[in-house]
Design a protein around this ligand. Structure first.
Ligand SMILES: [Zn+2]
Length: 359
C-alpha cells in the first residue's frame, strides 16, 4: 500500500491526495498547534483556587493514559482538589479498573463511577447492520452514547457539587485530546458530500448511511439514540461551565506521559492490547480491527502520522510502531467479545474483505 513520503498516511485514507513528490495534503497543509504555556494556564486557573464547595474541579478519568496523566498533573503540579469521574460504558478492560483504583488511591482523590448503558444498547444492532451491509463509515457508530454521556454527566455532577471547572486533555473533553490526531471517521461518513457546513455534511452523510441499511431502519430506537448522540456532539455545550484542555497549555508529550503514569501511579497496559494508546475501551479495539480489515489502516496509523508531522517521532519509528500494532490486534480476545453478542469475528472479517473488494 502506498503511503505518504513524509508521514505514514496511506492511499486509502479518506480525502487524501499526494503531491508529485509523494507528500500527502495533510503534511502540505500542516500547521503546528500553538501551546499556550503553563503560565497562561496558572493565570486562568487563579480564580478557581478560592473554591466555594469541596472540590476545585472535575476531571473525567477513563483509566487510559491521557486522562490518568491529566488527573496526576491536576493534583501534583497544579495543586487542585478534583472530583474524578469515570463514565463506565460497560466495555472497560479489567486492567483499566485496577489502574483507576490505584490512581485515585495514590493521589487521594474522591472518585465516582457513573454507569451508562446507551453504548451497550446499540452495540449489537450496529454490528448486525455492519454484517448485512458493511461500510467502515458505520464503525464509528459503535461508540454511540459515549460522548453524550460524558458531556451530560460531567456537567450535571459539576452543578450538583457546586463546581465551575472541568479539566480534561483536549478542549472538548472527549477522546484523549491533545494528541496530534485528526479524525478520518467523519470523512468516511461525508464522502462525496461537498458542503461548506461540516455539521450539515455529517447529518446528510449519516442519513444516507443509516437509512440505507434495513437492520437500522427496523430499529427506530437505535436511530433515535444516534440522533441523541449527534445532539450532544454538535449542538449541546457546557454553558456556564469553564472547560480547560490541559494539553493545549502544557503540550502533549508521549514519553513524559507514559513514564509519569507508570512510575508514579503504577499504570499498566491491559495485557491483551499491544500499545499504550486507547487502552481503555474494548470497542476501540474492535474498531481498529474493522478499520484494518476494510481500509488497511487504523486510527493508530493516523495518530502516528500526526506525531511525525509534529516532529515527535520520525517516519521510520512510525512505520515500525504501526506495523507492530496492526499485526498484534487482539483477535482471540475480540472473538470472545463478539461471541457474547452471538456474533463471530470471522464473519466480520469476511464481510469486511467483501467491502474492500467491491469498493
Ligand atoms: Zn503525509
Amino acid at each position: 500500500m502506498r503511503r505518504c513520503a513524509k508521514c505514514v498516511l496511506p492511499e486509502t485514507y479518506p480525502g487524501i491526495h499526494f503531491s508529485d513528490t509523494g507528500v500527502c495534503n495533510s503534511c502540505l497543509n500542516y500547521e503546528a498547534q500553538k501551546i499556550e504555556g503553563v503560565e497562561v494556564l496558572k493565570k486562568r486557573l487563579k480564580p478557581f483556587y478560592d473554591k466555594r464547595g469541596r472540590y476545585h474541579c472535575i476531571v473525567g478519568l477513563s483509566g487510559g493514559r491521557d486522562s490518568t496523566f491529566v488527573l496526576y498533573y491536576v493534583v501534583k503540579e497544579l495543586g487542585l482538589n478534583p472530583l474524578a469521574v469515570t463514565i463506565d460504558n460497560g466495555f472497560m478492560p479489567d486492567q483499566i479498573y485496577k489502574n483507576i483504583e490505584r490512581t485515585v488511591d495514590i493521589l487521594k482523590v474522591s472518585h465516582l463511577y457513573v454507569k451508562q448503558d446507551i453504548t451497550a444498547s446499540t452495540f449489537t444492532t450496529t454490528l448486525k447492520a455492519y454484517l448485512v451491509k458493511p461500510n467502515p463509515a458505520l464503525v464509528g457508530f459503535l461508540c454511540n452514547g459515549c460522548q453524550g454521556s460524558i458531556k451530560k454527566n460531567l456537567s450535571s455532577l459539576a452543578k450538583r457539587h457546586n463546581i465551575n471547572l472541568i479539566i480534561g486533555g483536549g478542549g472538548d473533553l472527549v477522546g484523549g485530546g491533545g494528541e496530534p490526531e485528526q479524525s478520518f471517521a467523519e470523512g468516511l461518513v461525508t464522502k462525496g458530500i461537498n458542503l461548506k457546513n461540516k455539521t450539515l455534511s455529517l447529518v446528510l452523510g449519516s442519513i444516507r448511511l443509516l437509512l440505507g441499511n434495513w437492520v437500522l431502519l427496523n430499529s427506530p430506537l437505535t436511530l433515535l439514540s444516534f440522533v441523541r448522540e449527534a445532539f450532544y456532539r454538535f449542538v449541546w455545550n457546557y454553558k456556564g461551565l469553564n472547560v480547560i484542555g490541559l494539553f493545549e497549555y502544557i503540550g502533549w508529550n508521549e514519553s513524559e506521559i507514559d513514564m509519569t503514569i507508570k512510575e508514579e501511579l503504577g499504570w499498566e497496559r491491559p495485557k491483551e492490547w499491544p500499545i499504550n494508546w486507547r487502552a481503555d475501551c474494548k470497542i476501540h479495539w474492535l474498531k481498529e480491527f474493522l478499520y484494518r480489515e476494510t481500509l488497511g489502516f487504523t486510527k493508530n496509523d493516523e495518530l502516528l502520522s500526526g506525531m511525525v508531522r509534529a516532529g515527535m517521532i520520525d517516519r521510520e519509528e512510525a512505520m515500525r510502531r504501526l506495523e507492530y500494532a496492526n499485526d498484534n490486534l487482539p483477535e482471540n480476545y475480540l472473538g470472545e467479545l463478539v461471541k457474547q453478542y452471538g456474533l463471530r469475528l470471522s464473519d466480520l472479517r469476511e464481510i469486511s474483505h467483501k467491502w474492500r473488494v467491491e469498493s
